[in-house]
Design a protein around this ligand. Structure first.
Ligand SMILES: Cc1cc2nc3c(=O)[nH]c(=O)nc-3n(C[C@H](O)[C@H](O)[C@H](O)COP(=O)(O)OP(=O)(O)OC[C@H]3O[C@@H](n4cnc5c(N)ncnc54)[C@H](O)[C@@H]3O)c2cc1C
Length: 379
């Protein structure tokens, strides 16, 4: 499963998270600013290129390498982790998997180096889970697509280094009468493409999230990603993979809760003892560790199946479901271990608590994961 290279990577990302991310992230979080300097250093370390081949500027690593990195980053901070997750899984991966040689040659070197970020626009203000509800339309006019519509909650879509967003749009009617969905690359700055002001969010406050609007936005016909009409199949594949990455990120948060709780339980005293001497606190922390460990095994299993070319849809959904719910529970329990200080933003567990909830929502809600698992069981 994990080899020496993976362990070395894990250690170097752990050091980076503690030495570079931890000292600055609370400030970014409080002021809702994007950590450009941290992202630049992650780019230098090659993290944005981890799972891509060297011919595209990548590091030639595998999906485990990405997952371990996300886990270690989220153990300290989730805004930085989701920035990397979205940049790779949702940003560069669709181009790598479905793009033409020209699209790959044009975009991937910038994306895999971290010099630029890409975003993925599937969700719209009126739908999320029900992706068939897409309203954004793209009409072919000569050799250009004309796009009209809007997208909601799009990560990495409005930073100074965002180079493009891939959007799903209705491009016609499929042979069975359903909507024909396709995916189109829209470079940042294209006339008619507007990035709305950032949302005020409960968590992930140092990550970048915007609503996007498209008004008669014209891009070349050659910006179609992969085949016309394959949009649905493309995002299903992207989301299946992305769920393993989100599970890894959730494990990191769940483990960060354990780290902070063990530390605090040894330092904090009540009734003449360290609170870690009370069995009630010990059991809480033991349960937190059990959840983090079990969730880790679930994502390892899903990643291993994916890398072996086996079907991994159910395992990815299980990992995402279990890891995100474990993260929420661990964050709640870690806050409890910290008492009143756990409710103060200066303590990392407060950030973990605020960052945990979205894990049960993004890249498929917990209900959607249960639907996928049940469907895979033949129900
Ligand atoms: C911070 C943040 C970043 C995001 N980044 C991106 C991004 O980069 N790109 C992108 O495309 N999207 C992004 N999203 C969107 C995210 O993927 C959606 O929010 C998510 O898929 C849920 O969609 P929704 O919000 O429309 O909820 P809805 O689909 O409206 O769901 C509302 C509730 O109804 C439940 N529900 C819906 N259908 C069913 C059903 N059939 N059975 C049972 N329950 C059901 C849901 O589980 C949920 O509890 C992001 C969201 C957030 C909050």
């Amino acid at each position: 499963m994990l080899n020496e290279e993976h362990e070395a990577l894990r250690q170097s990302v752990r050091d980076f998270a503690r030495e570079v991310v931890a000292p600055v992230i609370a400030e970014h979080y409080e002021h809702h600013t994007f950590p450009y300097d941290v992202v630049r250093q992650m780019g230098k370390m090659g993290l944005f290129g981890l799972p891509f081949p060297e011919e595209h500027g990548g590091m030639g690593g595998d999906y485990f390498a990405l997952c371990l990195t996300l886990e270690e980053l989220a153990r300290v901070d989730s805004s930085v982790a989701i920035t990397l997750e979205a940049a790779i899984s949702l940003g560069a991966m669709p181009i790598y998997r479905f793009g033409t040689d020209e699209q790959k040659a044009h975009w991937l070197p910038k994306l895999t180096s971290g010099e630029a970020l890409a975003a993925f626009g599937l969700t719209e203000p009126g739908f999320g889970s029900d992706a068939g509800g897409t309203q954004t339309r793209a009409v072919l006019d000569g050799d250009e697509w004309v796009i009209n519509g809007s997208k909601a909650f799009i990560t990495n879509s409005g930073t100074d280094i965002t180079a493009l967003v891939t959007v799903t749009a209705v491009t016609g009617v499929a042979p069975d009468g359903s909507k024909e969905l396709s995916t189109i690359i829209v470079p940042s700055g294209t006339p008619g493409f507007t990035v709305q002001p950032g949302y005020s969010k409960v968590g992930w406050c140092a990550s970048d999230t915007h609503e996007l609007t498209f008004e008669d936005c014209r891009v070349p016909a050659a910006n179609l990603l992969g085949e016309r009409g394959r949009g649905f199949a493309q995002f299903l594949r992207i989301l299946d993979e992305g769920r393993i990455a989100i599970a890894a990120l959730a494990v990191g948060l769940a483990q960060g809760c354990v780290d902070e709780s063990v530390k605090y339980a040894k330092e904090r005293h009540a009734f003449g003892k360290a609170i870690g001497d009370f069995q009630a606190i010990q059991f809480k922390i033991a349960d937190m560790e059990t959840r983090a460990h079990t969730a880790r095994l679930a994502y390892y299993d899903a990643a291993e199946r994916m890398l072996a070319g086996q079907d991994f849809k159910r395992q990815a959904a299980i990992a995402k479901l279990y890891a995100s719910e474990s993260a929420v529970t661990n964050a709640r329990e870690a806050t409890q271990v910290h008492g009143g200080y756990g409710f103060m933003n200066e303590f990392p567990v407060a950030r973990f608590w605020r960052d945990s909830k979205v894990l049960e929502i993004g890249e498929g809600t917990s209900e959607v994961q249960r639907m996928i698992i049940a469907r895979d069981l033949g129900l």
